[in-house]
Design a protein around this ligand. Structure first.
Ligand SMILES: O=C1O[C@H](COP(=O)(O)O)[C@@H](O)[C@H](O)[C@H]1O
Length: 248
């Protein structure tokens, strides 16, 4: 069973964060191995939830099994900070995964951290368009084979925060934005770029997220994650504490 949006998406529930993380690593490995006709492109999220996943991918047996040379790594959103700043999403990925797995340097695509945030967004969009080989999305041709998204307790995903102008972006693939409350100017994939994903997963853990998960599942318009769609497959991977009673 598969769904194309966050309300119809199947929900996979795991007893705890460790089980959810192992399941996600196994599924991601399967998808990456199955895609043999060209690169396997990924957009990865930041924040705290996926950190054990990145560490796991860089550990045995996964590190010996992923087809790293065929994988192209993009960042779903980042804080506009030097890459070695402790709150940089790219910096976190570099520490936990990129520096520990045999990934060709040319396959890792950080959001630039120089110039202005607007310039960084434009430059990342140009890079994505070169990778995609076109300036416009083509029907049934994804930009990302896999897009890993998190969820904030305010319903934000990537750096699409409630009530922000970036939510209305219809053409740009990448945008800078200033979160209303959370720290740092951000550079984020926009809805059009996120929607061009073949497999998209909302990976959410912890009781503190339960209310936000419930709102997004019921398409509450105040939550940016409610408007997420994917091309083929949108799914939730949750641990029990994050799972609303209505889906248990
Ligand atoms: O600010 C961000 O928050 C979300 C959720 O992070 P978490 O720490 O609650 O897991 C994350 O998905 C996003 O990439 C990040 O920049």
């Amino acid at each position: 069973m598969s769904g194309h949006d966050t309300a119809s998406a199947p929900v996979e529930i795991f007893k705890n964060a460790s089980e959810a993380t192992h399941h996600l690593a196994d599924w991601l490995l399967k998808l990456a191995l199955e895609k043999t006709d060209g690169p396997f492109s990924l957009a990865l999220s930041g924040g705290s939830t996926p950190q054990p996943l990145y560490s796991l991918m860089a550990s045995e047996p996964y590190v010996s099994r992923f087809p790293w040379a065929r994988m192209q790594f993009f960042i779903g959103d980042d804080r506009f900070l030097p890459h070695d700043h402790q709150d940089s999403n790219y910096g976190m990925l570099q520490r936990l995964l990129f520096s520990r797995a045999p990934i060709p340097a040319d396959n890792i695509h950080p959001i630039p951290a120089t110039g202005t945030a607007e310039e960084a967004a434009k430059s990342y969009e140009a890079l994505l368009k070169r990778f995609y080989g076109a300036d416009q999305f083509e029907k049934d041709r994804p930009l990302f084979d896999f897009n890993l998204l998190g969820l904030g307790d305010d319903g934000h995903t990537a750096s699409l925060f409630p009530g922000q102008p970036v939510l209305n972006e219809k053409t740009a693939w990448v945008s800078s934005c200033v979160p209303p409350v959370a720290p740092y100017t951000r550079v984020t994939l926009t809805y059009p770029a996120i929607h061009a994903s073949r497999h998209l997963v909302l990976f959410v853990e912890g009781a503190g997220k339960k209310e936000a998960v419930k709102k997004v599942m019921s398409k509450d318009p105040s939550c940016p994650a409610s408007a997420i769609t994917g091309m083929d497959d949108v799914r939730w991977i949750l641990d029990e504490p994050a799972t609303p009673d209505c889906v248990k």
